[in-house]
Ligand binder design. Structure first.
Ligand code: HEM
Length: 429
């Protein structure tokens, strides 16, 4: 695809011409992943979208094979997972790839989201792209939660009990909703069955929303670290080989970390109690969700009332939907926003602190700290962002992407000493 949005695909063989006139899928793929123009200054933070796509496919493949050996029944589920680990050929690998893969998927999505916040990716005209992302995030959280219930260990059971019970806080219909979710009067076999069904379904729905996400991305084009829009053809490079090679390199590094955990610390992020079969008569001392829910869990428990906690927890995600309208700054990238840049890093630290607090018992100083950080989280989005955009003085932005990369001369390096000057015939003379 050219920078003006026109297809540059040229079918060469007679078969390519034949299929192009009937179902131009090769054209679509060529225009989207080969000739597609991307800003020439994308950094490694922009490789996580591609990594997420690969991770989603990997989760689906390992999940489908696991499902061939797993039994969704309260009496058999725990044992069937042990069977996968011990008796199925490479079952241990499949399971660890799927379980560690879920964590890695969330690592990637958090980097992807915070990258978006740093570079103002959610701003006009990418609001829909961002909102689709938040929908994907919510669906990922639901999928991860239901997946964790399937091994039917102690944390599966009690985590499911705590989280589903939250819905009982809804006035008037709360209890009815919870009974409906459970398919009975407690978390039991019908709950396991419906969670299994939905855990299988949701990733395919995520896949569908990802297609919309990437479609929206290809309509607006990508941002870039300067936040300055693409103006000329010189500002872009074709997706292949430039982005393909960069994405592949980042993916390989990501996979090395992934493999390290799969092969050396597969249970690092899991909870030991989940190796004990679910027992409805023994409540674990501390019920903790998986690490990627911990900041939200801390917000939930920071509020003294159950309903208030649930509202705050869902509110912490709801603010993300309206983020494009809360940030009033006309400048997109944090690189040129000296104050926002600092508040961004404070927010990152606050989220990490909330995550840590979510893993601690809800008592004493931990609760007080959770309240302070929860208040700050909402302050950041609801008060700071709208005001900052009005009062902050941004620093000078480059006139174009090319200028930011090659300097004002447009020939590389600083204007005083252009890179490659010696080799260039014009400057030699
Ligand atoms: C399965 C999950 C996801 C997949 C596969 C995915 C895929 C992608 C891809 C391939 C890109 C382009 C490359 C890049 O910029 O990294 C992208 C960009 C983007 N994504 Fe996602 N994404 C996912 C989740 C999310 C979430 C949860 C959000 C936000 C809440 C989000 C927001 C965005 C935004 C705003 C952009 C545009 C970035 C820019 O051009 O500045 N995505 N996504």
């Amino acid at each position: 695809m050219s920078a003006d949005g026109h297809s540059t695909y040229q079918p060469n063989t007679s078969f390519e011409r034949w299929i192009d006139a009937r179902l131009p899928l090769p054209r679509l793929l060529y225009d989207s992943f080969v000739s597609y123009p991307v800003p020439r200054n994308l950094n490694y933070a922009y490789t996580f979208g591609g990594i997420l796509m690969i991770m989603l496919v990997l989760q689906i493949i390992t999940g489908v094979v696991l499902a061939m050996h797993y039994t969704a029944h309260a009496d058999l589920a725990f044992e069937s997972v042990e069977l996968i680990m011990r008796d199925v050929n490479y079952g241990w690998l499949l399971r660890y790839m799927h379980a560690v893969g879920a964590s890695m998927f969330f690592v990637a999505v958090y980097v992807h989201i915070f990258r978006g916040m740093y570079y103002g990716s959610y701003k006009d005209p990418r609001e829909v792209l961002w909102i689709l992302g938040v929908i994907i995030f919510l669906m990922m959280m639901a999928t991860g939660f239901m997946g964790y219930v399937l091994p039917w260990g102690q944390m599966s059971f009690w985590g499911a009990t705590v989280i589903t019970n939250l819905f009982s806080a809804i006035p008037l219909v709360g209890e009815t909703v919870v009974t409906w979710l459970w398919g009975g009067f407690s978390v039991d076999n019908p709950t396991l069955n419906r969670f299994y069904s939905l855990h299988y379904l949701l990733p395919f729905m995520i896949f569908g929303v990802v297609i919309l996400h990437v479609w929206a991305l290809h309509v607006t084009g990508q941002t870039n670290p300067t936040g300055v829009s693409v103006k000329t053809k010189q500002d872009t490079v074709p997706f292949t080989p430039y982005a393909t090679v960069k994405d592949s390199f980042a993916l390989m590094v990501f996979f090395i970390v992934f493999a390290y955990f799969v092969f050396y610390h597969p249970n690092f992020l899991g909870h030991p109690d989940n190796y004990i079969q679910a027992d409805s008569l023994k409540t674990p001392a501390h019920i903790v969700p998986e690490w990627y829910y911990l900041p939200f869990y801390a917000i939930l428990r920071a509020i003294p009332s159950k309903l208030g906690g649930v509202i705050a927890m869902f509110g912490s995600i709801a603010v993300l939907f309206v983020l494009p309208w809360l940030d009033t700054s006309k400048v997109r990238s944090a690189v040129y926003r000296p104050l926002y840049k600092q508040f961004f890093w404070i927010l990152v630290i606050v989220c990490i602190m909330l995550g840590w607090l979510g893993s601690k018992p809800a008592e004493g100083g931990y609760v007080i700290a959770s309240r302070v950080f929860t208040a700050y989280y909402f302050f950041h989005f609801l008060i700071l962002l709208p005001l900052l955009g009005l009062y902050e003085t941004p620093t000078q932005r480059p006139a174009s992407i090319t200028e930011s990369v090659l300097g004002k001369s447009g020939k590389g390096g600083s204007a005083a000493q252009p890179v490659g000057a010696a080799a260039s015939p014009e400057t030699k003379a």
